[in-house]
Design a binder for this molecule. Structure first.
Ligand SMILES: *Cc1c(COP(=O)(O)O)cnc(C)c1O
Length: 262
């Protein structure tokens, strides 16, 4: 398949003890950071869920994270979803868990419309919907398959050109239109934090996303009442995101260590 996947057999299900222990330590560390940030922000324990960002990690590594308490997985690339879905489903089943039901599977990376069919049978939620065109294409496929796909609207709060996401000024209108589409369930908003050292700017992006979510809910428009999630915060900025209302943090490096390849 694609060159980046030649680096590693992503379907591999075995793992040595040392590596499994590293990952378990990573999960415990992240769960502790989440709990501390919840307490610091005066939020209820357990109000923030951990999504393990599993790009470049194989099935064995992901299962080590599940065994340490991870209950949500996010992949960036449709090819990686395909490469791992069967192995994950089988390994989870052996532990009495079901992929999707007990361990929701999200797509968190950009989705080209010709790949929608690859991810739809497996993922519960697509976090990277940032245009009406993409939403309509997913909706059409979902209706054809007689299923409902969860969607987060991705907003480019940082304004950085390299980032995906819709312009913030379009977010409320897009959310209302997505909420009204059959085949989709609008579950919330997602953003990637500003890639700067200035904590105030990072915080500001997260706070704006929260206000946008609140405005969408307050609009009372058709199909937006489930728009509650705020997927924001990664390894380096999860504490700030939780203080600003994040409900899902997407964490890779702090669980698994540096990425094996890009
Ligand atoms: C990789 C990735 C993450 C996790 O990033 P880390 O810095 O490794 O925690 C979160 N969200 C998205 C969209 C990603 O691609």
């Amino acid at each position: 398949m694609t060159a980046y996947m030649d680096h590693k057999d992503l379907g591999n299900e075995t793992i040595d003890e040392e590596r499994a222990r590293q990952i378990a330590d990573g999960v415990r560390g992240v769960l502790a950071r989440i709990a501390e940030a919840e307490a610091r922000a005066g939020r209820k324990a357990g109000s923030v869920r951990l999504l393990a960002a599993t790009k470049t990690r194989d099935v064995g590594e992901i299962m080590a994270a599940v065994d340490a308490g991870v209950r949500m997985i996010g992949e960036n690339r449709p090819q990686e979803v395909q490469a791992k879905a069967d192995g994950l489903a089988r390994q989870l089943h052996a532990r009495g868990l079901e992929l999707g039901r007990d361990v929701p599977f999200h797509l968190i990376g950009q989705l080209q419309s010709n790949k929608i069919g690859k991810v739809l049978p497996v993922v519960n939620t697509i976090e990277s919907v940032d245009s009406i065109e993409l939403a309509e294409k997913i909706a059409r496929r979902a209706v054809m398959r007689d299923m409902i796909v969860g969607v987060l609207l991705e907003v480019n709060e940082s304004g950085e050109e390299s980032k995906s996401g819709c312009p913030p000024s379009h977010a409320i209108d897009l959310a209302k239109r997505i909420g009204a589409m059959g085949g989709l369930r609008l579950e919330g908003l997602m953003t990637i934090g500003s890639h700067v050292d200035d904590e105030a700017r990072i915080r500001d992006c997260f706070a704006r996303l929260r206000r946008t979510r609140d405005q969408i809910l307050a609009s009372g428009a058709e199909g937006v009442d489930g728009c509650v999630e705020l997927s924001m915060g990664m390894t380096h900025d999860m504490g700030i995101a939780i203080e600003e209302g994040s409900t899902i943090v997407r964490v890779g490096t702090a669980i698994f260590g540096p990425r094996a390849f890009i």
